[in-house]
Design a protein around this ligand. Structure first.
Ligand code: ATP
Ligand code: MG
Length: 346
């Protein structure tokens, strides 16, 4: 396989894939070389993808400090739906998102702070299959208070007082994650032209599939939990409900045996915590008719419990289900054979 395109190389060394653990004697030389191929990728990310998480973080911190010195915009809430578990904010002029675990979660989130930390740690170690954003974990991050928008300051004080405090002119965050900013998929579908939106819908299905092959079930499949990169790739970023495919119980929706059950508005059968009903996935997604149809054509199998149970069998049997970071075969872009970036099915 030879890659001749900056975008292709960029995806292989992307922030949604697991780190390379090559035994490099001098990582700096590899970073300098990759930087020549990928001039747009920040140094911090190159260190990180080469398996040097700590150097990646040091460099990220430096980039952030330099950026703050040369900009004057304000940290503000990230676009999109407010998270129930996380406070997400960003600096408009810098394409990263800062995520802070709230002090308390509403009752629908039946989890503890430690569970959230554990999920992010799971992702850090697991094969990310090109579909899980790299969340760098930081402790004690100091940022100038004057750079925070008032509404964000208010929310931090009200909802995260246990992990952020003032120190002189600064805010000190005891703990946070920093990850690359994408366009939330729910926003993209609202704002993009039809063709772009349709491509994103199909890649959303492919993202669920790629994750499944690497034994990850995203858990919360709502569109607001996925982002779209500048390459148009759909990536998952909300980890608090993520779990292994092999730890879920994929069920068919039981058929009501009498009218009374049928008529009840809510679920009339017992549902355990790890029960998943693939038939219902699409019910919560705001797709247009055309998007829904295209999704069903390409990814209808994802909406059957059978697909997932079959996959569980293969995963348990130890089948190696690989997700390639590149198209196995390149078709000349001008050819009429098809779209080289079309999702590839396995
Ligand atoms: N990497 C990112 N790029 C762009 N926007 C993001 C990113 N991460 C989070 N957001 C924005 O913040 C929102 C909340 O983030 P996230 O889903 O991680 O929080 P949460 O508290 O776990 O959410 P939920 O309530 O769905 O469990 C997202 O829906 C999105 O609008
Ligand atoms: Mg979310």
């Amino acid at each position: 396989m030879v890659m001749l395109d900056e975008d292709d190389v960029s995806i292989v060394f992307g922030f949604a894939r697991s780190y390379f653990h090559a035994d490099l004697e001098r990582v700096v030389e590899a970073v300098v070389f990759l930087r020549r191929l990928l001039p747009r990728k920040p140094l911090s990310e190159l260190f990180t993808v080469l398996g040097r998480a700590r150097q990646g973080k040091t460099e990220r911190y430096r980039e952030l400090a330099r950026h703050l010195a040369s900009s004057d915009d304000l940290f503000a809430h990230a676009r999109g739906e407010r998270g129930l578990v996380m406070i997400c904010f960003t600096l408009p002029s810098l394409d990263v998102v800062f995520k802070l675990i709230r002090d308390r979660f509403p009752p629908v989130k039946n989890i503890l702070r430690q569970d959230v930390l554990d999920k992010y740690q799971f992702v850090f170690r697991h094969d990310r299959a090109g579909r899980l954003v790299d969340a760098q974990e930081f402790k004690r991050v100091r940022l100038p208070r004057a750079r925070f928008a008032p509404a964000l300051l208010e929310e931090l004080a009200a909802e995260a007082a246990e992990s952020v405090h003032e120190d002189g002119d600064d805010l000190v965050f005891d703990h946070m994650y920093i990850e690359r900013r994408m366009v939330p998929l729910n926003i993209l579908l609202r704002e993009a032209d039809e063709a772009t939106a349709l491509r994103a819908v199909l890649d959303y299905g492919q993202a669920i599939r790629d994750l499944a092959l690497s034994n990850v079930f995203a858990g919360d499949l709502l569109l607001k939990n996925f982002g779209v990169t500048r390459h148009g790739r759909v990536i998952f970023y909300d980890y608090d409900e993520l779990c292994r495919v092999t730890d879920c119980r994929f069920r068919d929706v039981p058929q009501a045996s009498n009218d009374e059950d049928e008529m009840r508005g809510e679920t009339w059968f017992y549902v355990a915590d790890n029960d998943v009903f693939p038939e219902t996935f699409l019910n919560f997604l705001a797709f247009t008719d055309a998007q829904r149809e295209a999704f069903l054509r390409a990814h209808g199998d994802l909406l059957t419990a059978d697909f997932w149970r079959g996959l569980q069998r293969r995963l348990r049997a130890g089948d190696l289900l690989e997700v390639l970071p590149y198209q196995p075969r390149r078709i000349h872009a001008a050819s009429s054979l098809g779209d080289p970036d079309a999702p590839d099915h396995r």
